[in-house]
Design a protein around this ligand. Structure first.
Ligand SMILES: NC(=O)c1ccc[n+]([C@@H]2O[C@H](COP(=O)([O-])OP(=O)(O)OC[C@H]3O[C@@H](n4cnc5c(N)ncnc54)[C@H](O)[C@@H]3O)[C@@H](O)[C@H]2O)c1
Length: 433
């Protein structure tokens, strides 16, 4: 089939390449000229394992290319995927739908009658019903098909999703989307939930709210562990043996960040307020607050191990991305902590295996160095804030040779406490003694 993908960021670039991999002819469009040039040259403008290979392989087959022209995509596609961003509005909790609205406005004049528009961006409930009116007036049809991919696993999640959700009221449009995903659905192992617009929109924000709640739950337990002397890692392990609870997303640490969870739970609360059901989601405010408190606690812990003051202290920050295997720094807990520590008077040096360029662009006041060892040189304390494999594999004796003081704060509870203590380090972590 001939598909277009509108917006080629983390979601859209992955989706475009994956749809070509399934055998479709795909034309991606973005308003960012440089991004389009790089994608056409086989270069992924962000870090995502496996995507460069997938992109190049499909560019080579001729089934995939990118443009900045809406005229071209209108003439090309019978199914158009909307993958543009829906960030948090400045100064508000609500989602900013300006990009979604603009992409639909640009598409409508070139939309061929009978075409299907598929919304993948994360949007507040009610958005699809509103957009459907103008799309149907242009003789097109809309399906909402939320995306659940995880950065770092985006290729696999797109080609082998754990479920596909399709919301809409046109059987023909839903049948078309079934056809698009046929190579995935024909395996018989991927569940497909067909529903209405509002449910499809809600599945995504409900899923993210649940995940955020699980993370904040264990981080709230970590707060209690810190005052009772209990150990949150052992607590989580013991909880995880209850199959009703399970162990995933029950890892205490610095909490969640990124371009999805924080803004999605806030947009969900804002939308609930507009709909008059804000009480139903008031717990999410607490989930957000617990999450943000962990960042503050990390700074406090750094101050504590540095004898009460961070003024003049040299701090090595390991990690800038919001999570490992990504260069995404949107609402990154690591950078938040790095900035707060710097504001407290510390001299901070940051290293991340992939996110340095993005971090440098958005936070030019921090100092960036090319290796973990450079960051740790003469440091009074090392903060482990994003659990990259590289940091988990680091040996304390190697790092111990370059630091001034052997003090490490494990913000991700991912290092071997006994090993570090065995090498003479002061090891502290969130939720454990
Ligand atoms: N990143 C993820 O892991 C992920 C996972 C699931 C869902 N989502 C959702 O997917 C959506 C996109 O997220 P993302 O992380 O890919 O964002 P992103 O900012 O990386 O990408 C958005 C892209 O859209 C482009 N764009 C903006 N306006 C446009 C227009 N009018 N026409 C064409 N292109 C336009 C931008 O230039 C940018 O390249 C969001 O709603 C997000 O919540 C993201």
């Amino acid at each position: 089939m001939k598909l277009t993908v509108i917006g080629t960021g983390y979601l859209g670039a992955t989706h475009a390449a994956a749809m070509a991999e399934l055998g479709h002819d795909v034309l991606g469009i973005d308003t960012d000229d440089l991004k389009v040039k790089r994608l056409n040259a086989g270069e992924v403008p962000f870090f995502e394992p496996g995507l460069p290979e997938l992109l190049r392989r499909n560019l080579d087959t001729g089934r995939l290319r990118f443009t900045t022209s809406y005229d071209e995509i209108g003439a090309f596609g019978e199914v158009h995927f909307i993958c543009v961003g829906t960030p948090q509005k400045k100064g508000e909790y609500a989602a900013d739908l300006a990009y979604v609205n603009a992409s639909v406005e640009s598409l409508l004049p070139v939309l061929r009658p009978g075409s299907v528009v598929v919304g993948k961006s994360t949007v507040p409930a009610g958005t699809a019903a509103r957009l459907a009116e103008s799309i149907e007036a242009a003789e097109g049809e809309l399906v909402w098909n939320p995306e659940f991919l995880r950065e770092g696993f985006a290729v696999d999640d797109t080609l082998r999703p754990d479920r596909i959700v399709m919301g809409g009221h046109s059987e023909r449009a839903i049948a078309k989307l079934h056809q698009v995903y046929e190579p995935i659905l024909s395996g018989g192992t991927t569940p497909c939930v067909v529903t209405d617009f509002a449910t499809a929109e809600l599945v995504k924000v409900a899923a993210n709210s649940f995940l955020a709640t699980k993370i904040s739950f264990i981080n709230a337990m970590a707060e209690v562990c810190e005052t009772t002397g209990a150990d949150v890692i052992q607590l989580a392990e013991a909880l995880s043996h209850d199959t009703r609870i399970g162990g995933r997303f029950l890892h205490a640490g610095l909490g969640f960040g990124g371009g999805c969870l924080p803004k999605d739970i806030r947009a969900f609360m804002a939308r609930a307020g507009e709909l008059g059901v804000d009480q139903a989601l008031s717990f999410l405010k607490e989930i957000d607050a617990i999450n943000l408190r962990r960042r503050g606690r990390m700074v406090e812990l750094a101050r504590e191990v540095c004898d009460g003051s961070l003024a003049g202290v040299r701090v090595a920050v390991l990690g800038a991305a919001f999570k490992p295997n990504s260069d995404d720094i949107r609402d990154s807990p690591a950078l938040d902590v790095a900035l707060a520590v710097q504001r407290s008077g510390a001299a901070v040096r940051v290293y991340d295996p992939q996110a340095m360029d993005n971090a440098r662009k958005d936070f030019p006041t921090l100092a960036y160095v090319p290796t973990a060892l450079k960051a740790a040189e003469d440091a009074d304390v090392v903060l482990h804030l994003t659990e990259w494999q590289e940091f988990r594999e680091m040996h304390p004796s190697v790092l111990g040779e370059v630091v001034r003081e052997r003090r490490i704060l494990d913000g991700r509870n991912a290092l071997d406490r006994e090993l570090w203590r065995g090498e003479g380090w002061v090891y502290r972590a969130l939720g454990r003694h």
